[in-house]
Design a protein around this ligand. Structure first.
Ligand code: ZN
Length: 270
């Protein structure tokens, strides 16, 4: 009897620990949520998508990342629980999505650039995925690890082939952001985290942007776009990410807390 109970508790706590957040996150209140619901309802229609050239995609991603990378790296080391060496990839997938997988892989779809209305929104998405890595959410998902290993192996193959052809330049090539096919982009994009982990990734994204001196109100726009697009099948939207008023309300709560603490990390959950 005893042993069974202990076993059950042990299993339950492992399960909870796996899917939980590293930090204590602010609780949503009804007024917060009602405001966000009204906002999304009044912003009618699907968000518009604009086409971007390959050059624009590369330039916007590089610039959006460069602006947040120092603060993100610092935050990651301060947390000291996750992966702080990231490998960035882009795909030509048109859905508004990004992902994080094993081996520090962070993936951004072209669709993010097509829907975003400013660079802060792109930085928000990248910082969200960095948040998953920094909080070690990836390690708790077996599938996320497996896909990461697959992409890692694939890129290793590409890098290996390049290295044997152009040996003097191979280190630069392997370190730069890589392009991979849409099918792999889709696979990474479908990987999912728990709701708590998603909220934590949003919180950490807001924190990274705040510490980078970016405008959090401008960045928030991408969450409104996601909420407007969610449920519309043609966008292939965010299979893996919660989209809607709840996410927007949680962002607003996080921003209030972050501004009040001047960008401090919240308390640990355990
Ligand atoms: Zn996420």
């Amino acid at each position: 009897m005893w042993q069974k109970t202990i076993m059950a508790i042990a299993i339950a706590s492992i399960a909870c620990g796996c899917a939980g957040a590293v930090h204590q996150l602010p609780q949503l209140d009804q007024s917060n949520l009602s405001l966000a619901q009204t906002e999304v309802r009044s912003a009618s229609g699907a968000p518009s998508r604009h086409s971007v050239s390959d050059e624009e995609v590369a330039k916007t991603l590089a610039e959006s990342l460069a602006r947040i990378r120092p603060a993100a790296t610092e935050l990651c080391h301060e947390m000291a629980v996750g992966v702080c060496e990231w490998r960035f990839m882009k795909s030509n997938d048109h859905s508004l999505n990004a992902g994080a997988a094993g081996n520090g892989i962070i993936f951004v779809n072209r669709g993010v650039l097509e829907y975003a209305t400013n660079d802060e929104e792109v930085s928000m998405v990248i910082a969200h995925e960095i948040g998953h890595q920094a909080a070690n959410h990836v390690a708790t998902g077996e599938r996320n690890q497996m896909v990461g290993a697959l992409v890692g192996a694939l890129l290793g193959g590409v890098a290996g082939a390049l290295a044997s052809k152009n040996s003097p330049y191979s280190p630069t090539i392997t370190r730069s952001s890589a392009d991979v096919g849409s099918s792999i982009g889709g696979a990474v994009g479908r990987l999912s985290f728990s709701k708590e982990q998603e909220r934590e990734a949003d919180y950490l994204s807001a924190l990274i942007l705040y510490r980078s001196g970016l405008d959090l109100d401008k960045a928030r726009g991408i969450l409104v776009i996601m909420a407007r697009a969610s449920g519309r099948k043609e966008t292939g939207m965010l299979d893996s990410h919660p989209a809607g008023p709840e996410r927007l309300a949680a962002w607003d709560k996080a921003v209030v807390e972050i501004r009040a603490s001047n960008g401090a990390l919240p308390k640990r959950a355990h």
